[in-house]
Structures are given as structure tokens and as C-alpha cells.
Ligand binder design. Sequence first.
Ligand SMILES: C[S@@+](CC[C@H](N)C(=O)[O-])C[C@H]1O[C@@H](n2cnc3c(N)ncnc32)[C@H](O)[C@@H]1O
Length: 138
Amino acid sequence: MRSRDEQDAAATFSERYGRPASDATRELERLVIGGDFGANGYTTMAQADLIAKRLGLRGGHRLLDVGSGRGWPGLYLAKVAECTVVLTDVPELGLRTAQERAAVEGIAERSAAVVASARRLPFGVESFDAVVHTDVLC
Ligand SMILES: C[S@@+](CC[C@H](N)C(=O)[O-])C[C@H]1O[C@@H](n2cnc3c(N)ncnc32)[C@H](O)[C@@H]1O
């Protein structure tokens, strides 16, 4: 059973992720953070590059992005570092958008999306080499 916080997150962010992107929202995102992956926070492209560097991400690594929304920054990190990524979040809608973007980026085979709360992640120990979460309060 979902906690009140999880129910609130699912409702709030389902509504947000249900809004289609437009040329204007994509351009705004490019101007503000430098990319257009459908970010729903304040993490910039430059910060994502720094995350990749600090984590030492590379091909063969398995990355977990908790609270990934529409796949930012997990999809971007998987693309530039050539690693695999598992995206997790509570509302399914953002993850579906993320999967569509993964196909566009040519990384569908290296990405997966799982509806799961950060409170109860359904993964065993040592399933991942690195974990990211940006603008997520759990
Ligand atoms: C501000 S958005 C950030 C999304 C994305 N990381 C980004 O930077 O664009 C916060 C995200 O955290 C997710 N979230 C909130 N509570 C969560 C929880 N308990 N487990 C997993 N995700 C959660 C929300 O559904 C939402 O997608």
C-alpha cells in the first residue's frame, strides 16, 4: 500500500507528466538547463555531465535513477556514458514518456523503466554500480 506521500507524488506528477511537451517548453528547457529530456527539476546539463564524471560512469555500468520523472537525467547519462539505466518513479506516465525518448535516442535496449517507490525498491543488493536522484525528496 502506498503512503500518503507516495499517493500525493503520484497524483501531482501524473498530472504534470500528462501535459504534452510543445516547441515552446522544449526551447525553454534548452535555454534554462541546456537539454530537452523533459526535466522536471533544476539539474542542468553541465551538472549531469559532472555527475557522470564523478561517478566514473562508463560502458557496462548499471545505473539506477530514482524518481526519474520523464527520464532526466538517467537517459542522458546512459547515452553519454554508454551504460545501462533503470528508471524508477511512482507515476507511470513519466516513465512511458521516458521509454519513448529512449527509443528516439537509440538506447531502448540499454534502458528499462520500473514503477516503484524509493521506499521499497524491488532490486537486490549490488544490482547497480551507481545511483542518481535529482530533485527528489523521498
Ligand atoms: C521534481 S521531480 C524530479 C524528476 C527528475 N529527477 C528530474 O530531475 O527531472 C521529483 C520526482 O520524484 C518522484 N518521487 C516522489 N516521491 C517518490 C518516491 N517515494 N519514490 C520514487 N519517486 C518519487 C516524483 O514522482 C517526481 O517524478
